[in-house]
Design a protein around this ligand. Structure first.
Ligand SMILES: *Cc1c(COP(=O)(O)O)cnc(C)c1O
Length: 369
C-alpha cells in the first residue's frame, strides 16, 4: 500500500494503486511494435469515450494539458481564418494568451465568470464581426469556478453559422457526457491526469478526421506541437514523432481500463455524489460558493473565503495538508476564493472526513456562521 493522499486540487487527482504500479514495467524502447500497439489502443479508447473511431482520432503529446490546447489553436487556425475565443475564466483567458503569442487572427468574447453565457449576445457578436468567423474556442468546464459552459447550445449556434468548434474539455472529459458529433465539436483537448485518473504528462487532441486532414496545407507555426505532423506520423507509424512519456502511458492504459470498468456515467454519478455532500457541508458551516447549482459542473467548486482576520489560505492549506487533504488556491480576479475539486479516486466519505477537518480549522480561527 502506498500512502493515500486525498487530492482536492483540480488534477493531478488521487489515483488507484493499480494505476501507480502500472508504471513499474520492464524497460522498453517506445519504438517497439508492442509499445506502438498499446499507444494505438489508448488512442482508440480515448476517442471512443466521446466519438466514433471511424470519423474521429486522438493525437497524443508528451506534456501537460496546455500543450494540447496550444497545439490545437496554433495548428488549426490558418492565416485566412478568424477565431472567436470565449473568455469567462482563467482557462479561457489562457487560450487568448496563446492566440496572442502566435499572432492568430482572434477576437475575445468576454463574459461573466459567474453567469451562464448569453448566446444571443454571442450570436450578434458573430454577426457583427467584420470578417467571416471560421472557428470558435470555448472551455467546457471553466476550472476557475466550476461554471459549465453549455457546449451543446454553442454547437448548434456554430453549426448555424458554419463555424468549427474547438473545446478545451480538460476538466470535463471522462466525467461529464460529451458526444463530439452530436455536439458539433471538431476538436477537443484533454489530459491524462484529471477525470481519467491517470498520471500527469500526457495531453491529447481528439479531432474530426476530415477536419484535421484539411489542416494539411496550413502553415506550421511550431515544430513539436504541430498537430497535423503528429497526427500524420502516428497514423502511418503507430509511433509519436519524439520520445513519449513511456511509463505515464502505461499508467494511462491502466487508468482507461478502470474508467471503462467503472463507466463514465457511473464515475460522474460518484463525483456528483461527493459534490452534493461538499455543498451540504459548506452550507452547514456557513461558507458560500460562486456558481448556482444549475450551471455548476459538480467537479470543482470555488468557495468564498471566510471574512475574518484570523483566516489565512496558507495556514488553512497547511492544516489540511498535514491531515492528508490538498486544497487549491482561487483564480477569480476580483473575488477571494479557494477551490475544492471532487475528482479522482475518492468518494463522498472522503469529503465527509475533509469537512470534519475543515470545521476543526474554522473553529480554531473563531469562524462562526
Ligand atoms: C487543467 C486545465 C488545463 C491544463 O492545465 P495544465 O496545467 O497544463 O495541465 C487547461 N484547461 C483547463 C480548463 C484545465 O482545467
Amino acid at each position: 500500500m502506498i500512502k493515500r493522499n486525498v487530492l482536492l486540487n483540480p488534477g493531478p487527482a488521487t489515483t488507484t494503486d493499480s494505476v501507480k504500479y502500472a508504471q513499474v514495467v520492464p524497460d522498453i524502447c517506445p519504438r517497439e511494435q508492442e509499445f506502438g500497439n498499446m499507444m494505438w489502443d489508448i488512442c482508440n479508447q480515448l476517442t471512443s469515450f466521446v466519438a466514433d473511431t471511424e470519423c474521429y482520432t486522438t493525437v497524443l503529446f508528451g506534456g501537460s494539458g496546455t500543450a494540447a490546447v496550444e497545439s490545437m489553436l496554433s495548428s488549426v487556425i490558418g492565416d485566412q481564418d478568424k477565431l472567436i475565443i470565449i473568455n469567462n475564466g482563467a482557462y479561457g483567458k489562457r487560450m487568448v494568451e496563446i492566440a496572442q503569442i502566435y499572432g492568430l487572427n482572434a477576437i475575445e468574447f468576454e463574459s461573466s465568470p459567474y453567469q451562464p453565457l448569453n448566446l444571443t449576445q454571442l450570436q450578434s457578436f458573430i454577426e457583427n464581426s467584420s470578417e467571416k468567423v471560421t472557428h470558435l474556442a470555448v472551455v467546457h468546464n471553466e476550472t476557475t469556478t466550476g461554471l459549465l459552459n453549455d457546449v451543446s447550445s454553442i454547437g448548434v449556434l456554430c453549426k448555424r453559422n458554419g463555424i468549427d468548434l474547438l473545446v478545451d474539455a480538460m476538466s470535463s472529459y471522462a466525467a461529464i457526457p460529451i458526444q463530439m458529433s452530436e455536439m458539433n465539436i471538431s476538436y477537443l483537448t484533454a489530459s491524462s491526469n484529471k477525470n481519467l485518473q491517470g498520471m500527469a504528462g500526457v495531453s491529447f487532441v481528439i479531432a474530426n478526421k476530415e477536419k484535421i486532414e484539411n489542416t494539411k496545407h496550413t502553415r506550421p507555426r511550431n515544430f513539436y506541437l504541430n498537430l497535423y505532423q503528429q497526427y500524420k506520423y502516428f497514423s502511418e507509424n503507430r509511433q509519436t514523432r519524439f520520445t513519449p512519456p513511456v511509463q505515464t502511458l502505461y499508467a494511462l492504459n491502466q487508468a482507461i481500463i478502470e474508467a471503462k470498468n467503472e463507466g463514465i456515467s457511473t464515475r460522474y454519478a460518484r463525483y456528483s455524489n461527493s459534490w452534493e455532500v461538499l455543498i451540504a457541508g459548506l452550507d452547514e458551516v456557513g461558507l458560500s460558493y460562486l456558481i448556482p447549482k444549475d450551471h455548476h459542473s459538480r467537479i470543482i467548486t470555488a468557495i468564498c473565503e471566510p471574512e475574518i482576520e484570523q483566516y489565512d489560505f496558507n495556514s488553512m492549506h497547511d492544516y489540511l495538508y498535514s491531515r492528508g487533504f490538498t486544497i487549491y488556491p482561487g483564480k477569480v480576479m476580483d473575488m477571494a476564493t479557494f477551490r475544492v475539486a471532487n475528482i479522482g479516486e475518492i468518494d463522498y466519505t472522503d469529503i465527509q472526513r475533509f469537512l470534519e477537518v475543515l470545521k476543526e480549522y474554522l473553529c480554531q480561527i473563531g469562524w462562526k456562521r
